[in-house]
Design a protein around this ligand. Structure first.
Ligand code: NAD
Ligand code: UDP
Length: 323
């Protein structure tokens, strides 16, 4: 892009797992990127490789408070939010605030700048789904007062805010309903299934499967997910779009797969299932295929191998290429 045409993007949650990959991708695509993060679950180290890049700047700020920026902004990508069940259980009110007040603030920023707004929503808006696989037209089955409600209901409110700004102000908005995504830069101890199983397998420690392990998730590798997000940003489509894979796997199978790939001798132990843990989850990807011409291309094993290599480097105290 010629300098007069260079576009600026604000990425909230840019120092987190997904946000840091998104910042990197946007800079590589020629954007100037402002990463806004309060580091509550993210880490400055995730964007260290961009630190000296002139196209990148970083701002420590809680987006549940208003944010005023000088100069043009062409896109606001709102990824700030605790995302792991143990994180949002630890930070229930901050999670509710960033999904509601934070989304309102970032919509306000996007509106003031005439920018496109993209919301990182989630498959959790479907709750514990009674329809399988889940199309975007399914309204979901969420317990509004359960322990996951602080995340699920905040994201549902975030979607409602986004559609209201689209309808009321004619803003260009996008809603990505992201299904379970994994890869390098997940926090080692963030408590989600992939990091837990990896840490446990690499340390030959017991692998903690919750319940009987028959609950399913469909796992997507981070690079594929980011490609889907970028395509959605560039698409003229304001209704929600599921992004994920149809690689549905039970948590017991996942634990065994990770154990095999790590060459580990860990035993598998069964712990109580957390309250309201969804029983099954797989996206209907028709919209993503037809509207974005997008499909994930990384196999589960190949994604897991890349993530194992990142975890091994981090555990050895090194700075993996991806760190
Ligand atoms: P993450 O915890 O690694 O990243 C979240 C980032 O947001 C962190 O850097 C954190 O410090 C920052 N943050 C949180 N509250 C903030 C606030 N009030 N102000 C500024 N920054 C704040 O999690 P992630 O997995 O990268 O998730 C990123 C986004 O994608 C979240 O909105 C999450 O809901 C969504 N998402 C992720 C997944 C997934 O599988 N990873 C699935 C569905 C949706
Ligand atoms: N899970 C598990 N053992 C763990 C961590 C998670 O069996 O050590 C299960 C969890 O109960 C859920 C699934 O793995 O059924 C995915 O959990 P995760 O926290 O990764 O994501 P989410 O529940 O948000 O999809």
């Amino acid at each position: 892009m010629a300098s007069a045409e260079v576009k600026r993007a604000v990425v909230t949650g840019g120092a987190g797992f997904l946000g840091s990959h998104l910042c990197e991708r946007l800079v590589a695509d020629g954007w100037r990127v402002i990463c806004v993060d309060n580091l509550v679950t993210g880490a400055a180290q995730n964007v260290r490789a961009l630190e000296h890049n002139k196209a990148f700047e970083s701002l420590q700020h809680n987006v549940s408070e208003p944010l005023y920026l000088d100069g043009p902004v062409h896109a606001v990508l709102h990824f700030a939010s605790p995302a792991s069940p143990i994180d949002y259980a630890d930070l229930p009110i901050a999670t509710l605030k960033v999904g509601t007040l934070g989304t309102h603030n970032m919509l306000g920023l996007a509106r003031a700048k005439g920018a496109i707004f993209l919301l990182a929503s989630t498959s959790e808006v479907y709750g514990d789904p009674t329809v399988h696989p889940q199309p975007e037209t399914y309204w979901g089955n969420v317990n509004p007062i359960g322990p996951r409600a602080v995340y699920d209901e905040a994201k549902r409110a975030a979607e409602a805010f986004t559609m209201a700004y689209h309808r009321t102000h004619g803003m260009k908005t996008r809603i990505a309903r992201i299904f379970n995504t994994f890869g390098p830069r997940m926090r080692l101890n963030d408590g989600r299934a992939v990091p837990n199983f990896l840490l446990q397998a690499l340390g030959n420690q017991p692998m903690t499967v919750y319940g009987d392990g028959s609950q399913t998730r469909s796992l997507c590798y981070v690079d594929d997910l980011i490609e889907g997000v970028v395509r959605l940003l560039n698409a003229d489509y304001s209704d929600p779009i599921n992004l994920g894979t149809t690689d549905e796997i039970t948590m017991l199978e996942l634990a065994k797969r990770i154990r095999d790939l790590c060459g580990s001798s860990s035993e598998i132990v069964f712990l109580p299932i957390p309250e309201d843990d969804p029983r099954q989850r797989r996206p209907d990807l028709m919209r993503a295929r037809t509207i974005l011409d997008w499909e994930a291309t990384t196999s589960l094993d190949s994604g897991l191998k890349k993530t194992i290599s990142y975890f091994k480097t981090r555990l050895a105290g090194g700075k993996s290429k991806a760190s």
